[in-house]
Design a protein around this ligand. Structure first.
Ligand code: SAH
Length: 212
C-alpha cells in the first residue's frame, strides 16, 4: 500500500506536473514528499493522486495539484521566507509550503476545517505549522510581514490587508475574478510599489467574508 502511494505520487509528479511545464525542482520534490492521500476524505482515497480538485466537506475542495504547483512556482518560497497561506482546507498546500520554507502560517475561515487540518498536519509530522481559525482577508497582522502569501480562494480583488502585510521583495499569488472566470494574479512588492502580472486561468472556491 505505502509503495503504491509512492508510485502514484511519482507518477503525479512526472505526468501531471513535469510534463505540463512545472520545472522548479524544489517544488517537484515537495510534491513527491507530501502524502496527498492524507489530506482527502476516505471516500476519495482511491483517486487522491488524480489531477483534480476533490471535495473535502463543508462545500470546499482540496486544490488541483497542477494549480498548486503553478502557484508555488510563481511565489518561489525560499527556506528562510515567512509564508502565509489563506484558505487551509485540510492542509495539503500548507504541508507543501512547509517543505519549501521553515515558517508557515495558514488561515481557514471554517473552524471544523481548521481543527481537522491541525490534526492531519500533525499526524504526518507537520506539527510546527501555525493554523489560525479566522478571516484570511485580514491576513495575520501579528505575524506579518510575509515574504510569500498564497491565497487558495478567489475574489474580484486582492484584499488590501494582504498587500500591506507583504514584506519588501515579497510575492503574493491569488486567483482573481468572478465565480465563472478567474486568473491567477502574481504581485511583487518593491518598496511601496506593487507590480502586478496575470497568469494561468483557473477556478477556485470563493474567498468568503467572516468566519464559520
Ligand atoms: N489550500 C487548500 C485549499 C482549500 S479550498 C488545499 O491545499 O487543499 C480553499 C479554502 O479557503 C476553503 O477551505 C475555504 O473555507 C477557505 N476560505 C474561503 N474564504 C476564506 C477566508 N476569508 N479566510 C480564510 N479561509 C477562507
Amino acid at each position: 500500500m505505502a509503495v503504491d502511494r509512492e508510485r502514484d505520487r511519482e507518477r503525479m509528479v512526472t505526468v501531471q506536473l513535469r510534463l505540463n511545464g512545472i520545472h522548479d525542482e524544489r517544488v517537484l520534490r515537495a510534491f513527491a514528499r507530501v502524502p496527498r492521500h492524507e489530506f482527502v476524505l476516505e471516500e476519495t482515497l482511491g483517486v487522491a493522486y488524480r489531477d483534480q480538485a476533490l471535495p473535502i466537506g463543508q462545500g470546499q475542495t482540496i486544490s488541483q495539484p497542477f494549480m498548486i504547483a503553478t502557484m508555488l512556482e510563481l511565489a518561489a518560497p525560499q527556506r528562510s521566507d515567512r509564508v502565509l497561506e489563506v484558505g487551509t482546507g485540510l492542509g495539503y498546500q500548507a504541508a507543501l509550503l512547509r517543505e519549501l520554507a521553515d515558517d508557515v502560517t495558514t488561515i481557514e475561515r471554517i473552524e471544523a476545517l481548521a481543527s481537522e487540518a491541525r490534526r492531519r498536519l500533525s499526524a504526518v509530522g507537520y506539527d510546527d505549522i501555525t493554523v489560525i481559525h479566522g478571516d484570511g482577508r485580514e491576513g495575520a497582522p501579528d505575524r506579518a510581514p510575509f515574504d510569500v502569501i498564497v491565497v487558495a480562494a478567489g475574489s474580484e480583488s486582492i484584499p488590501r490587508a494582504l498587500l500591506d502585510q507583504l514584506a519588501e521583495g515579497g510575492r503574493l499569488v491569488m486567483p482573481v475574478g468572478g465565480p465563472r472566470f478567474m486568473r491567477l494574479r502574481f504581485v511583487r512588492r518593491e518598496g511601496n510599489a506593487f507590480t502586478d502580472t496575470d497568469a494561468e486561468p483557473c477556478i477556485f472556491v470563493p474567498l468568503r467574508p467572516g468566519t464559520a
